[in-house]
Design a protein around this ligand. Structure first.
Ligand SMILES: [Zn+2]
Length: 298
């Protein structure tokens, strides 16, 4: 592994305070460094507030050694298809519930990090479902035990895939698509869909909508949708291989977010571990309770 405990603490500190320590109470920079139980803490020289390295981060309140967290970050960021909680339990030597929480917290950090960005330029969109047949055509439209989500892919001027967004939506309605577009697309995007009526909702977010005429062919067979279908196929493989059963409605947003996070950094495998440390250090505390209630929080 490329990083030891001391380096991980230094990396965490750098991620939290890129310009050096600043007191979370009064923003003062001068401080004392304290050591408590092998973990670094800081005391502000001005207001005397004591802050631990992990307070206010995703790691707040953890009883685990930071080295366990780092190993988890390393494993989760380096696997191409994601890692099940069971695999994480085995690799980390922790209980299943602990492994599950570590996994959920890190996936939450990934999803929140990616939510900061919007897609721009030429975008392909498709309607898809978690559960049942993921990329298996449109037969599942309207089925109830599935989680609808929008798959969107931005293309380079040469027509190559750039970034993706995958987000659950309440349903394929014009209003839901308009809200989704507001959050996920930059204004001025040109959005290509197979013509499902709700996708016209992107125009409410100052985007153009172009429809591919399907003409009796299944949209998934059209060359225009080659890349988005490839991505959906990869998602299906990833979910099928790494996550056997999970509550789609409740946790789907995190699994989709983590998948998109990995995809969007696919050309930077050497920096993705460091990126995930930054994401975790700059994501606030997400309590166990909150994580289990997440269906209403996103
Ligand atoms: Zn202070």
């Amino acid at each position: 592994m490329a990083m030891n405990k001391i380096q991980f603490q230094a990396s965490l500190e750098q991620s939290r305070w890129p310009q050096g320590f600043h007191c979370p109470g009064c923003s003062h920079a001068e401080h004392y460094v304290l050591k408590s139980g092998g973990r670094k803490a800081f005391q502000c020289r001005s207001c005397r507030l004591q802050t631990s390295l992990i307070a206010g981060t995703l790691f707040q309140g953890t009883h685990l050694k930071l080295t366990v967290w780092f190993l988890a970050i390393y494993l989760i960021s380096q696997t191409k298809t994601g890692l099940s909680a069971l695999a994480l339990k085995r690799q980390l030597g922790v209980s299943y519930p602990t492994a599950w929480l570590i996994q959920q917290k890190l996936m939450q950090a990934m999803a929140e990090r990616d939510a900061r960005y919007t897609l721009d330029g030429d975008i392909q969109v498709d309607d898809a479902y978690l559960g049942g047949e993921l990329a298996g055509g449109k037969a599942g439209r309207g089925s109830e035990n599935k989680v609808p989500f929008v798959a969107a892919l931005s293309l380079s001027p040469e027509g190559r895939p750039r970034f993706i967004k995958m987000a659950p939506i309440p349903g394929f309605t014009r209003k839901a698509i308009a809200n989704w577009a507001q959050d996920n697309l930059s204004s001025g995007c040109v959005v290509l869909s197979d013509g499902l009526a709700c996708f016209a909702g992107v125009t409410e977010a100052d985007c153009q909508h172009q429809v591919t005429v399907v003409g009796g062919r299944k949209p998934k067979d059209l060359p225009e949708f080659c890349w988005i279908n490839t991505v959906l196929g990869n998602l299906k493989t990833s979910l099928g291989g790494a996550y056997h059963a999970f509550d789609l409605a409740k946790y789907g947003i995190r699994y989709l977010g983590a998948f998109a996070y990995r995809f969007n950094r696919r050309f930077r495998p050497d920096t993705i571990t460091t990126c995930l440390i930054v994401a975790a250090a700059t994501t606030g505390p997400r309590s166990d309770y909150w994580l289990r209630q997440a269906e209403t929080s996103c």
